[in-house]
Design a protein around this ligand. Structure first.
Ligand SMILES: [Zn+2]
Ligand SMILES: [Zn+2]
Length: 294
């Protein structure tokens, strides 16, 4: 199985256009690597690809990823777009797929409803474009014709985006599990707690890319970049009690990464003390263009 990280940033990217924080300034000056919106592409055979989430960078990400280029005048290797949630940085790029003759989107019922109640995204549920949904409660098989790649959606604790009220709701977020032969990859760029369902999925994974939005719960407030904690935005912080680092450090998966890293997070700087802590735990921070083969 091949996993391509097309982007590894939380909403806003690195640098974020309106942010003059230390990390964004360093990225603008070229001293830290820039990051596009978190997005991965997965394939079992190099021919059929599944993309998870599409933010406003998707056009550039597709252009920069040769494996996802069209194979003829109107054919391309993308078999489906899977959405983990309804946040704008994971869904705004859906509009870039509007020219498709046929297009398959997958999400929970709630995510589809949240996005399609307005007119903008409803075109993806009609005619030759299909938007299939799955219930929020259980782990469920996602049927996509993508060679031998098998895909499941697994529920995680999550919140609706702030534009939709921001409440914690079943179905507000999922993780995706990809299997090919014995290889197993878990993509969970958004979760509020590392609950037992997600922990069970991670147990036997060969590769994991997990929510690394904020190092600490109050980081945005501390840096005067926002008024909400990581948890209030639907993201478990990495450090501190109940943070994801503890759990992730205990896993056996040979490829353990944080992704969806916010520009406020000290992990965007490989030289930060926090980056050293994560490295010591055997975990890496994904970067744009990262390729993992399992
Ligand atoms: Zn996000
Ligand atoms: Zn910033």
């Amino acid at each position: 199985m091949k996993i391509r990280v097309l982007g590894s940033a939380a909403g806003g990217g690195l640098p974020q256009w309106n942010c003059g924080c230390h990390n964004c300034s360093e990225a603008r000056a070229g001293r830290l690597p820039s990051r596009l919106s978190a997005c991965v592409a997965v394939s079992a055979d190099d021919e059929h690809w599944v993309v998870v989430n599409a933010g406003s960078d998707i056009n550039r990400q597709l252009a920069e990823t040769k494996a996802l280029h069209p194979t003829s005048a109107r054919a391309n290797p993308i078999r489906a777009l899977l959405l983990t949630d309804a946040n704008i940085d994971h869904t705004a790029g859906l509009l870039e797929f509007r020219q498709a003759d046929y297009f398959l989107t997958y999400s929970t019922d709630l995510v589809k409803k949240t996005l399609c109640e307005g007119p903008m995204f409803s075109q993806f549920a009609h005619g030759n474009k299909r938007w299939l949904t799955f219930p929020a409660k259980d782990k469920v098989r996602v049927e996509v014709e993508a060679g031998d790649l098998r895909i499941w959606a697994s529920p995680v604790d999550g919140m609706l985006p702030s534009y939709a009220g921001g409440q914690q709701r079943a179905g507000a977020a999922v993780a995706y599990v990809f299997e090919h032969r014995a290889a197993r990859f878990v993509y969970a760029p958004i979760f509020l707690t590392l609950g037992k369902d997600l922990a069970a999925e991670l147990e036997d994974a060969d590769a994991t890319l997990l929510d690394g939005t904020c190092w600490s719960d109050d980081e945005m407030i501390e840096l005067r970049l926002g008024t909400r904690t990581a948890r209030a935005m639907g993201h478990a912080p990495i450090s501190g009690p109940g943070g994801s680092l503890e759990a992730l450090a205990a896993l056996r998966a040979p490829h353990r990464y944080y992704t969806h890293v916010n520009n406020s997070n000290p992990l965007v700087d490989p030289a930060s003390p926090q980056s050293a802590v994560v490295r010591q735990a055997g975990i890496a921070v994904a970067h744009d263009g990262l390729e993992i083969e399992i």
